[in-house]
Design a protein around this ligand. Structure first.
Ligand SMILES: *[C@@H]1O[C@H](CO)[C@@H](O)[C@H](O)[C@H]1NC(C)=O
Ligand SMILES: *[C@@H]1O[C@H](CO)[C@@H](O)[C@H](O)[C@H]1NC(C)=O
Length: 150
């Protein structure tokens, strides 16, 4: 009985108070040997519900100023994204997977900020990470939708 109560309390603590509450999910691409807009990213936050799209060059160039734009999103869109994230297994991933941008192939990254923790994982452009295919595909389609319009 006592044990059960402890388990229950731990569960409640884990869900509500929660170091595991996600504050933002960001994802982008970058190419090292590249001029013009070599870095493109989105950052989605829940407070407020919005998506910030950004494109920028690797170094300051007057012809290619950084461009950033905010878009409102719905709580449904946020929930959909959150549902694709297994926080625990994301936190166990290596920070670098494969050899991103090694042969000028480009890099792709995902950064998740929780209340008490941040983690960025960088992987080879165009590749998938096992267990995160849904998340990566959803982030790619959001990047296509928002960053391509900047
Ligand atoms: C995304 O935005 C949040 C809230 O402003 C910020 O804390 C976080 O660092 C940003 N993520 C990235 C990768 O810039
Ligand atoms: C994480 O990185 C280390 C060092 O590069 C490597 O030896 C290990 O196999 C990697 N683990 C996974 C799960 O990819």
């Amino acid at each position: 009985m006592c044990f059960l109560i402890i388990v229950l309390l731990t569960e409640i603590n884990g869900t509500c108070n929660s170091k595991n509450k996600i504050l933002s999910i960001a994802s982008g691409t970058s190419f090292g040997r590249c001029i013009t807009y070599c870095r493109r990213s989105i950052n989605i936050t829940s407070n407020p519900y919005e998506l910030i799209a950004l494109k920028e060059p690797n170094f300051a160039q007057t012809q290619y100023p950084s461009v950033q734009q905010q878009y409102p999103i719905s709580s449904d869109e946020w929930q959909k994204l959150i549902s694709l994230i297994d926080s625990k297994s994301f936190q166990t991933l290596n920070d670098t997977i494969g050899c991103p941008d090694c042969a000028d192939g480009g890099a792709e990254w995902i950064q998740i900020n929780w209340l008490k923790k941040n983690k960025q994982v960088t992987f080879e452009y165009g590749k998938l990470i096992q267990g995160f295919e849904g998340l990566i595909n959803e982030l790619r389609s959001l990047r296509d939708k928002y960053v391509n319009n900047l």
